[in-house]
Design a protein around this ligand. Structure first.
Ligand code: 5GP
Ligand code: ZN
Length: 116
């Protein structure tokens, strides 16, 4: 838990998060400003700013996050059509929220008029 971290506040329930999945070690919720028809953030409960700040001991957690992406993509029915995952790390990448998270983006076939 880090003070003034918006994702820690969502995880703690201080700010409303429309959780798609809530587990002991991570949560998943819809991005407030979606860049794709399906845009979900997978966020570890443990606060660390970016992948750069991940510890070697976080190996299992990072693996769990990837498996969560796979399962959530299946749940949201975008596995067959395909999806992208993005992790922004640091200022140059455009990272805005400095609590590590994975963007899961897909579902373009669901919306024929979607423009990237
Ligand atoms: P970043 O650029 O840090 O990788 O992405 C941060 C993402 O968090 C952005 O896509 C932004 O729309 C999303 N975001 C920022 N604040 C909130 C919030 O309060 N709720 C939700 N659901 N998403 C947020
Ligand atoms: Zn945080």
């Amino acid at each position: 838990m880090a003070e003034n971290c918006i994702f820690c506040k969502i995880i703690k329930g201080e700010i409303g998060g429309n959780f798609i999945r809530r587990k002991k070690d991570y949560v998943a919720f819809k991005d407030i400003n979606p860049k794709a028809p399906v845009h979900v953030l997978i966020v570890p409960v443990k606060h660390f700013a970016s992948l750069e700040n991940a510890d070697d001991k976080d190996k299992l957690l990072l693996g769990d996050l990837m498996i969560a992406v796979r399962d959530i993509a299946r749940k949201l029915k975008i596995s067959e059509s395909g999806y992208k995952i993005v992790i922004n790390n640091g200022e140059d990448s455009g990272q805005l929220v400095f609590h590590m998270h994975i963007h899961l983006l897909g579902g373009w076939q669901k919306v024929s008029h979607w423009k990237v």
